[in-house]
Design a binder for this molecule. Structure first.
Ligand code: ZN
Length: 385
């Protein structure tokens, strides 16, 4: 299928936003992203890119897109995700799937997080002469960033190499980010034996075991904070949040089972697998003589922390082009997966993270021109000279 020349900027944004592509761990919300991928594929093909549409294994209807111009070991990857978060229509003042221009803002689900970025990239490409390309340029569009990160995870597992330098256009107000914390969510389940409350010997109380677990986790959190600290982060220590608990059924029954969900946010340099192993060891130790059964499951694969060295060329360039020193942020991205594929990765994109995941999400129109200019200069620097 030959591609078509992309339509004007705001039409592109409108078309991308009009295709619903919610991703969610809740099956009731989760949608395919294939129509967004197909649109981008058509436009990029129309601009001479070679496009590959890759199905994400075990996730029907979910695709990644790799569009490349030129080949070689070096080069620049401009990356974004095609999915959006779920939305609460009753809290939107306009239709989330219609790009609505008002007060110098472009409203729509995904306008800033982050379908708008792709429209800006295409607009930036239209304004460049790419015929003297010296290093490859890759536009990467992923699936499921907002839920399981299955798209980026599958790419990292495929072991292919896409380029040396990467920019992920998540909304950062066009300021470069080179560090973020990781995320793990763990489910801890304790199983004992229920029985009548009048005689403790009739059962084995899972809630009492959970009490030991909670105390141990808070102690562990304290120790992690003493072992690891990074002043570049607003919250300088790793965090462990006790987020959800459920156990037992009645005051007059011994609690037979209790389940706890926690969220762990490690700093760069902390390894998710090692943390899980440490947690397992500590919890097994405190429950050792209780006779209670302990299980721990990761609620998703987790996202490692990201740290791209301050000395990386992409960091320097992004700092120079944006006029800001690279920072550390609290949200996770697909950056660690791109890093696993050998790319030095910076997060830098138009729009504000404050508007992401909110009703009436918008991209401020004053981000458009500077956003396009930075994208063009990145391509100039890494692919044309
Ligand atoms: Zn995003």
């Amino acid at each position: 299928m030959p591609g078509k020349e992309p339509p004007p900027l705001l039409h592109m944004m409108q078309r991308l936003i009009a295709e619903p592509s919610v991703s969610s761990v809740s099956p009731a919300w989760d949608q395919p992203n294939v129509r967004v991928i197909d649109l981008l594929a058509e436009w990029l093909q129309g601009m001479g890119f070679e496009v590959r549409k890759l199905a994400v294994p075990d996730h029907p209807g979910k695709f990644n897109l790799i569009a490349s111009l030129g080949s070689g070991p070096d080069g620049l990857v401009l990356s974004g995700h095609t999915d959006t978060v779920p939305f609460d229509e009753s809290r939107w003042r306009s239709d989330p799937f219609t790009l609505t221009k008002k007060d110098n803002r472009l409203y729509g689900l995904g306008s800033t997080d982050m379908k708008g970025f792709f429209a800006l990239v295409l607009e930036a490409l239209r304004g460049l002469d790419l015929s003297p390309l010296k290093h490859p340029l890759v536009i990467l569009a992923t699936a499921d960033e907002e839920s399981s990160m299955s798209g980026a995870r599958a790419l990292a597992e495929s072991g292919q190499s896409l380029g040396r330098h990467a920019v992920i256009g998540e909304p950062t107000g066009l300021r470069p980010i080179r560090m973020h914390k990781g995320i793990a969510m763990e489910c801890i389940r304790i199983t004992g034996r229920s029985g009548h409350s009048s005689n403790p010997a009739l059962g084995n109380n899972a809630l009492e075991g959970m009490n030991l677990v909670l105390t141990e986790i808070m102690q562990w959190r304290q120790e992690l904070g003493e072992r690891y600290t990074n002043p570049l982060f607003e919250v300088a220590v790793p965090t462990v949040n006790l987020g959800h608990i459920h156990g037992g059924d009645n005051p007059n029954r011994i609690c037979g089972q209790c389940e706890l969900h926690i969220d762990i946010r490690p700093l760069p340099g902390m390894n998710l697998e090692n943390l899980r192993g440490e947690l397992d060891m500590r919890l097994a130790r405190v429950l050792q003589s209780t006779g209670l059964e302990l299980e721990r499951q990761s609620m998703f694969g987790g996202v490692p922390a990201l740290e791209t060295p301050a000395s990386a060329e992409i960091v320097h360039t992004a700092e120079q082009l944006s006029g800001y020193a690279a920072e550390a942020v609290a949200f996770g991205t697909e950056g660690p997966f791109l890093q696993q594929m050998g790319m030095d990765t910076v997060i830098l994109g138009p729009g504000s993270i404050d508007q992401a995941h909110q009703p009436d999400e918008f991209m401020s129109m004053d981000q458009i021109r500077p956003g396009i200019a930075i994208i063009q200069q990145l391509i100039q620097r890494f692919c044309l000279t």
